[in-house]
Design a protein around this ligand. Sequence first.
Ligand code: SF4
Length: 368
Amino acid sequence: MIVAAFLINGAEMNKRSREITLGKMHIGGGNPPLIQTMITTPLDNAEKAVDEAQSALDLGCQVVRTAFKNDSEFKGLETLVRNFKGEIIADIHFDYRLALLAIDAGVSGIRFNPGNVGGKERVKEIIEAAKKRPELAVRIGVNGGSLEREILNKYKGVTWEGLVESSLFWADYLESELGYFNFKISAKSSSVPETIAACRKIRESSDAPLHVGITEAGGGKRGIIKSTAGISILLSEGLADTFRVSLTACIEEEIKTANMILKSLGILKNGADIISCPTCGRTHGSVIEYYDRLEKWFDEKKWWMKPPLKVALMGCEVNGPGEAGEADLGIALGKNCALYFEKGEIINKFNNQNEAFEYLLKRILEVW
Ligand code: SF4
């Protein structure tokens, strides 16, 4: 309840974004935030790129981005668009012609930084081509690594003020001078406070949807925690219409983490939740070991794509079942034994903790 109230308050703090289309999907305007990722297979290996994109979709990602680097990858991009069942965004840097080619190839979206494609006239050419495909979404993608030289000089380096100035300049150009509105904005840096400050400021002046993430966040626990810290705040304030957890890790890790963030904030209603105690001097047996086994087991089953379920793993029978009363089912370890309970009610007692754990897994499969 506290989380729900926090989310509502956060959303109320900010104006709602306008809705735009990305292929068959709708972004912003109160639609649920979409998860994005980026495939790593180069487009000259189109068959493998299709497989990788499809597996991202099958893992619960909604939008897939691919790097489109040169003309020779055009056929590969066409193949990807034709054979992939989801929405593809082409990621472009520096060469405005690649944006035009990507639009020709039939992508659902293009992402480029208007500040590094050769000036307003080039941007105009891209937008005029985009207008002919009303379902195609453009992303103004500004990040710390590709800010215009004048802005870097003005702010003496990468700052959130610079990200905001560049983003709003191009947003205003697209809207006021080109009459184009089917775009979203991203203003990312590898700093959590800078990215949050930039997104908040942009929303004050623009109702374009925001794509968010902490760029170059790293990998492992550090990358996950850094990304979660930033993305959670932006989601809870209603500032993330789409997001990517950018990790130095495989795509599955990115998508799982994205779903974990949504689940933790109460935005994702589906999926399993584990309630497990932190252990203390009353603990009987190895809660940590059972927890690791349970989490691995849930990951293998792609817990985020399954119906909602709360499972508890508690270290003692004194506080265990009671403290985990909200769980659908769980076990509480006792001295050389374990209690199995459902909705806080003890159903079974096992004199072997492993058997209790195996029984828990069996029951999860039966009720899930
Ligand atoms: S459930 Fe029991 S073992 Fe676990 S932290 Fe609470 S009191 Fe300690």
